[in-house]
Design a protein around this ligand. Structure first.
Ligand code: ZN
Length: 292
């Protein structure tokens, strides 16, 4: 699990808290495994080369383990099953239906959702508490699925790593070399990405994809817009919103763009279900677990 070791040094600042670094035996194992990421680094150095799907999945798994290391999953298999049931169905409508999609609710009061390459999606307990129904959840998960399908994180990490390697004048960054600069080239951009966020255009793109996927999955297409309306009403200085507002464009801007993109095209799907009851039962379960 080279990617996991590689990424154990990632420090995610903000809602996900601080993750321990690579000190001690784990760090040694990490250094011992650098050789295993050489193929990936070669691709990064080439920049035009694509990262193969198994490597993408491995990278996403490592990032997700780091995220969940900071904030573990809500301890209720039923809740996790529910979010996987909804998420997998929405993801099945995407252009990458065969990725090993995983969805999880983590035990964080911050309002947020994360995607990692390869099909890993985390939605926070705080976000679940804010949403009203399953159509909204489908829209939010659809947005995150959109990031994975379009490889937004993967490409941003690759671009950042490439720039780092260029900046370091990394003559040694070829297959067969071993060195800290290779590791830093990937870890830095990953850390920065999850605290600073993607480009705004990637976010607007993910919003549009989220609506399309939720609609294809049979939900009310206005779920994501409704969720954004709720977010737009929350004060920007709310501490539980800080990371979401830092990493995403303003909810009002997203609503404007989404409204323009949706136009009247989706009006014929207005009678689609929202599944509020089923969603509220899952959220009640999360609250019960949290209270114990
Ligand atoms: Zn996003």
């Amino acid at each position: 699990m080279n990617a996991r070791l590689l990424l154990c040094a990632v420090v995610l600042v903000g809602a996900v808290g601080i993750v321990a670094g690579c000190a001690g035996p784990q760090g040694q194992a990490f250094m011992d495994n650098i050789g295993g990421v050489e193929g990936l680094m070669k691709n990064i150095k080439q920049a035009t080369g694509t990262i193969q799907e198994p490597e993408e999945i491995e990278m996403g798994e490592g990032i997700t383990e780091t995220l969940l290391g900071a904030r573990p999953m809500v301890n209720d298999p039923e809740v996790q099953r529910y979010v996987n049931f909804v998420g997998a169905w929405v993801a099945a409508q995407s252009d990458r239906p065969n990725l090993p999609w995983h969805f999880a609710v983590n035990d964080s009061d911050h309002v947020n959702a994360f995607a990692a390459p390869g099909g890993y999606i985390i939605v926070t307990k705080g976000m679940m508490n804010l949403l009203q129904n399953e159509a909204e959840l489908a829209g939010v998960l659809g947005h995150e699925i959109g990031h994975v399908v379009r490889k937004h994180h993967l490409n941003a990490i690759r671009k950042g790593a490439y720039m780092n390697l260029l900046g370091a004048g990394a003559a040694g960054a070829t297959a067969g070399s071993r060195g800290g600069e290779l590791v830093n080239a990937l870890v830095g951009p990953t850390k920065e990405l999850y605290s600073r966020g993607l480009d705004k255009d990637d976010e607007f793109d993910a919003d549009r994809i989220g609506v399309v996927l939720a609609t294809r999955a049979g939900y009310d297409p206005w779920g994501l817009a409704a969720a954004l309306q709720t977010l737009a009403k929350i004060k920007a200085d709310d501490k539980y919103m800080a990371l979401l507002f830092k990493t995403h464009p303003n909810p009002s801007d997203r609503l404007d763009k989404l409204g323009t993109a949706m136009g009247t095209t989706f009006d014929r799907f207005n009678d689609r279900p929202q599944n509020a009851d089923r969603f509220q039962r899952a959220v009640a379960k999360i609250r019960m677990v949290a209270a114990n």
